[in-house]
Design a protein around this ligand. Structure first.
Ligand code: GDP
Length: 170
């Protein structure tokens, strides 16, 4: 059966939960001691939505500044770029703004950017209001999700909704 290849890339500061989101979606697992990604990692998953088969090619990049120069290799040609921050850390939200600016300047003009606030299970430690971050996303024409890789809240929706939504507009 034929399937549409769909390239996705995860960007954002170290420890916001990029690897955890990818692993939660692809393998259905979560590790509290997730090892940092070195360079970039690749995972693939086949999904079917409304009788259409998709082969998701998911690139998980390392957030460390020393790997920054490698990032264009991964986001060029990507259909979707997920820019992840941690809702307990305003610095990571600031960092995501830098990624968004870079993607708009140097990414594929058709790339769909999705802003993702992760770790919503950490209710007591939340430092960033959902409305505040969503309004930034709206102003900048980005899709917006809040997720928890730990509890899996909204993780399937993140991947499935964006695949379905953006495959129609490509
Ligand atoms: P990455 O560097 O952005 O890929 O982040 P990791 O996936 O390596 O996660 C960094 C740390 O945050 C690890 O200790 C994870 O277990 C933890 N983590 C990731 N996602 C969540 C989440 O949704 N909730 C909580 N509480 N911890 C998370």
């Amino acid at each position: 059966m034929s399937s549409t290849n769909y390239k996705m890339v995860f960007l954002g500061e170290t420890a916001v939960g990029k690897s955890s989101l990818v692993i939660r979606f692809v393998k259905g697992e979560f590790s509290p001691t997730q090892e940092p990604t070195v360079g970039a990692a690749f995972l693939a998953k086949k999904i079917t939505i409304k009788n259409i088969n998709y082969k998701l090619q998911i690139w998980d990049t390392a957030g460390q500044e020393r790997y920054h120069s490698l990032a264009p290799m991964y986001y060029r040609g990507a259909h979707v770029a997920f820019v992840v921050y941690d809702i307990t850390s305003p610095d990571t939200f600031e960092n995501s703004k830098k990624w968004i600016k870079e993607l708009k300047k140097l990414g594929d003009p058709n790339v769909h950017i999705v802003l993702v606030g992760n770790k919503i299970d950490l209710v007591q430690e939340r430092m960033l209001k959902k409305e505040f971050c969503k309004s930034y996303a709206d102003k900048n024409g980005l899709a917006f999700f809040e997720t928890s890789a730990k509890t899996s809240e909204n993780v399937d929706q993140l991947f499935l909704t964006t695949t379905e939504l953006f495959s129609k507009t490509k």
